[in-house]
Design a protein. Sequence first.
Length: 198
Amino acid sequence: MTKTLIGLTALLTLAFSTAASAQDVAPMDADSALAEAQSAEAAESESREQFRSLDQDVQTLKKEVLDLNRDLFLLEEELLFPANSQVAFFISMDVGEYFELDSVNIKIDGKEVANYLYTAREADALIRGGVHRVHMANLKTGEHELVAIFTGEGPHVRDYRRGATMTFDKGIGAKYVELEITDRVKKQQPEFVIKEWE
């Protein structure tokens, strides 16, 4: 019995000393876990900051590329079509009640230079006041003949093909020519007018 009591006492002493040592160690583990958590949070915050900085750099680079692309396009246009020899042709429509545009064909001095097929949305945009640059060219100074052939749906839903001709003088400097489709209400017919912009 005494041996049993001594053994039980030794066992209890061992249990208490283990619990006490566990209590001593536990706070140190909590401190290190807190430090680790703070370190991980700081690393995550730094990573987020780096990602944000990288995203800003990418957005800035995108904007610079777009600006450069625009500048290159303008420079290319200026090199290909110098102001002294440049001629641009525009299509416009007024009302469009008697004519629905399908396509336009442009010839300069007997040579075909443009043939454009319009979608329903593009034709609608023209009716609502839009202007389409259908062709741009370099021409020598002097007299030139322009022939524009318009194809579409005319009055009474019939196929309609009509041409307009103009002789113009190309001087020094850029020239802009408008091919205008208007409604002639009295005759209930479309009218095709070519005019130069001043």
